[in-house]
Design a protein around this ligand. Structure first.
Ligand code: A2P
Length: 284
């Protein structure tokens, strides 16, 4: 059995899962998820805007894994943020995934009427149609707003986080509030500067592991719930092979020292980005 993290509602989530952002090719996605489940991954992290929920659902069905042994996460897209829209978007997500419940459902960005969406998610959670509800890309301010205006505390906050951009303030906030930090793009999206970093290479050499494995181990030892993405079978295996070694406190300090404070992707405080997302054409 693999390590799990207990969330604030008592539900366990596998500490290491499989991310499928940037897998819009349906066959590639299906093959990757089949390979991941074969390898031992038991948590799959998708989103309606990734446009691959059907492929994920096909892979899950093909794998013939017991439903209760699998943890499936999806995310509600920003254009479905109202109480009514959220309910029907959730139905469509379940249909595409060919599932009758979700293990976790997340608000994708803290934009628009996310409070209305959260209300719908709270009800779906109370009805047992979702086993845990959480958020992505929430800043401290947005989290405080959600907390003060809703009944259920999110179980996770999924945020951009990797050695180059560590978001210490949010890490501390999440921990204080009993919210699991779930890094997205944990490998910095394959960023070459990161994967070629000499200090990380040295740590990897000492443990007979790759830089990617060192980074994933760092996330796990920080207590994060980590979801690397790969479509490459050997990397899918490699990224799961991180439970047989331990980084020293010095190793951990070295990784922590690589924080540049600069994100690689979208800033949740960027109102232009928010406007663009709320108005873009997304047929999902
Ligand atoms: P690919 O999917 O072509 O195998 P992140 O999860 O941080 O967004 O990173 C995903 C990116 O990192 C993808 O481009 C993926 O490439 C690459 N990647 C995933 N695992 C590894 C690995 N073990 N070594 C090198 N690159 C990797």
């Amino acid at each position: 059995s693999q390590p799990v993290i207990k969330m604030n509602n008592g539900v366990d989530i596998p500490a290491l899962g499989f991310g499928v952002w940037q897998m819009e090719n349906q066959q590639e996605c299906e093959n990757a998820v089949v390979k991941a489940i074969e390898t031992g991954y038991r948590m799959i992290d998708t989103a309606s805007i990734y446009l691959n929920e059907t492929a994920v659902g096909n892979a899950v069905r093909k794998s013939e894994i017991n439903r209760e042994d699998l943890f499936v996460t999806s995310k509600l897209w920003v254009q479905d943020f109202s109480y009514e829209k959220a309910k029907s978007a959730f139905r469509r997500t379940l249909e595409r995934l060919q599932l009758d419940y979700l293990d976790m459902y997340l608000i994708h960005w803290p934009f628009g009427d996310f409070l209305g969406a959260w209300k719908a998610m709270e009800e779906l959670y109370e009805e047992g149609q979702i086993k845990a509800i959480g958020v992505c890309n929430f800043t401290v301010e947005k989290m405080e707003e959600l907390k003060s205006r809703s009944n259920i505390l999110p179980v996770v906050n999924q945020i951009e986080l990797h050695p180059i951009f560590q978001q210490k303030e949010l890490q501390v906030y999440n921990e204080k509030n009993n919210i699991i930090t779930q890094p997205w793009s944990p490998l910095g999206n394959g960023n070459a500067d990161l994967l070629d970093n000499p200090a990380l290479k040295k740590i990897g050499f000492n443990h007979n592991k790759s830089v990617a494995q060192v980074i994933l181990r760092w996330h796990l030892q920080e207590g994060f719930c980590v979801i690397p993405k790969s479509v490459t079978p050997s990397r899918i295996e490699q990224n799961f092979d991180v439970f047989d070694f331990q980084l020293s406190e010095d190793d951990m300090k070295t990784v922590r020292s690589l924080d540049t404070g600069k994100r690689l992707f979208f800033d949740p405080k960027d109102t232009e980005w928010e406007k663009k997302m709320l108005n873009a054409v997304a047929d999902i």
